[in-house]
Design a protein around this ligand. Sequence first.
Ligand SMILES: *[C@@H]1O[C@H](CO)[C@@H](O)[C@H](O)[C@H]1NC(C)=O
Ligand SMILES: *[C@@H]1O[C@H](CO)[C@@H](O)[C@H](O)[C@H]1NC(C)=O
Ligand SMILES: *[C@@H]1O[C@H](CO)[C@@H](O)[C@H](O)[C@H]1NC(C)=O
Ligand SMILES: *[C@@H]1O[C@H](CO)[C@@H](O)[C@H](O)[C@H]1NC(C)=O
Length: 591
Amino acid sequence: MQTSSISLWLLLTIIFSFADFQVVEGNSDSRIVCYFSNWAIYRPGVGKYGIDDIPVDLCTHVVYSFIGVNNQTWEVLVLDPEVDYVDNGYRNFTGLRKQYPQVKFEVAVGGWGEGGKKYSEMVAEKSRRDVFIKSVVEFIETYGFDGLDLDWEYPGAADRGGSFSDKDKFYFFVQELRRAFDAQGKGWEITMAVPVAKFRLMEGYHVPELCEDIDAIHVMSYDLRGNWAGFADTHSPLYRRPHDQYAYEKLNVNDGLQLWVDMGCSPKKLIVGVPFYGRTFTLSQGNNDHGLGTYINKEAEGGDPGNFTGARGFLAYYEICVNVTEKNGWTIKWDEYGHVPYAYKGTQWVGYEDEKSVQEKMDFIKAKGYGGAMTWAIDMDDFHGLCGEKNALMKILHKNIKGYKVPEPTFTTTPRPEWARPPSTPAQPGEYPVRPVKPGSKPPSWVPSTTTSTTPQYTQPSTSSTYWPQPSPTTTTTTKRPYEEPDTPRPFPPYRPQQPERPPTRPPPSPSTTTTTSTEAPEAPSGEPDCRQDGYRPAARCDQYYQCVYGKPILFTCKPGTVWNQIMMICDWPENSNRADCQQQFKNNSL
Ligand SMILES: *[C@@H]1O[C@H](CO)[C@@H](O)[C@H](O)[C@H]1NC(C)=O
Ligand SMILES: *[C@@H]1O[C@H](CO)[C@@H](O)[C@H](O)[C@H]1NC(C)=O
Ligand SMILES: *[C@@H]1O[C@H](CO)[C@@H](O)[C@H](O)[C@H]1NC(C)=O
Ligand SMILES: *[C@@H]1O[C@H](CO)[C@@H](O)[C@H](O)[C@H]1NC(C)=O
């Protein structure tokens, strides 16, 4: 058993031939990607942010967020007709091109508030993909955008209405979209906002292939902690901290980006996300520990809302820099390993970014040879200069990334074995007719009026090398719910959608909560579980578990190849199991 396991490993090693990196001089242009939230216009007072506030000169790409998908027709869905087209939001936005011809104006589809179900249903069928892609092409042509940013959160995410088949179907969709865009011949870009949790990548993304077909990958290396985690912590730590255990071990900027590289993405396509906001918490009453990972009152759903963003658990940078000061009674600390600040006052706790932490992230991007920086979102920078210079954080992005040339990573690769490639859809004759939309042609139903704009030419950067992932020696699990969009794409006040809570993994359970986890089950349990409290329980078989619902156990079976992980409370890779007998099963199964 052991011997054949070893020889299989050797065989795999030979087949895969480890990617060998070195950085040489290159000259690709770097990116500074600025997300713009169309609902920031509804924020009151100095929080109100419109298209004229965008510091376009500090960005290489500006992304209008969001459009959606119509679950009846499968066409593009305009999310805020009043702002987006009655008041000319789209056109004003792309109209900025007159002053800034070198900047790309993209539109993002999806976002947290759109959910995942519609997207799963849309990609599931070729006929729906065709309808959606056709309508995207018309939309982009009509409003003069330069490309589409895919923000489906997330393909394959069962907890977001996704399904197992999303991984292949999403890849089909991207291939078809690429062909449709290329057929237009206008250099339209496809970019994509992505998570960093390993299980999300495994279940939804054909990483090497997507990275080849897509112009840039916007890595959402933020929201890595939040009220949902059950403890107070910074949400975009640069490196792993000593207290990061289990699901949180690799949930930091450095390891998240490295995961994309290890799974086969070229570093030059990876754009590192930098949040211009803080995640806030309300600590448990009487808790005098203010350190990273301290107890919170989870029922409070985060810290008090900001006066402008108006959502619990969340503060814009300009709300923080004005009021979170020592003068106002806050204690300000530095996360030594995470290289980010946090602050507390009474029961209020916030983990955020400041000029120093943003500068450190820029140093990191350049040292690692990543493709640039992305921010969510420009409307949360100090755009009025309430604390000093206007757009202080954007200026740091710009100053560092503007002149930075992305080095060319070189690999020695073997051709990817045919069996390892995901299936793909062949182009069908006449699939996407090369048919520029003619001025005066009948507009699609969602377009109120058309005057065709012209888009400038853009030559797509060449993608020559083939990237193949290095098998990573260790695998880590990640939490089921690390990401939330920092705001909802609807008018003020934004109420954030919450996913069902999962028990915390890092801190001890707070006395006030009814956490039902039996954390350790080192041996196979026998018989039916104790269901006096609802929750998840291990079963005798490695690949099964119970859910106690109203006191009754219901038996579930994990997807083939995975086993129940009682610590994470997810079906997980066997090597991550907390039970020795189930890890053993992995070794046997791998043959
Ligand atoms: C489509 O979306 C609408 C509004 O979001 C929702 O009420 C409806 O149930 C959805 N229909 C289907 C078939 O999913
Ligand atoms: C678009 O520009 C026009 C003219 O400046 C202005 O009246 C309108 O409010 C703008 N719309 C948006 C959504 O910014
Ligand atoms: C909001 O305003 C109130 C009083 O107007 C102030 O006490 C509070 O600190 C402000 N909140 C934030 C987050 O700035
Ligand atoms: C800061 O706090 C004051 C009151 O202390 C409040 O009026 C103001 O709106 C706050 N400013 C920001 C930017 O949150």
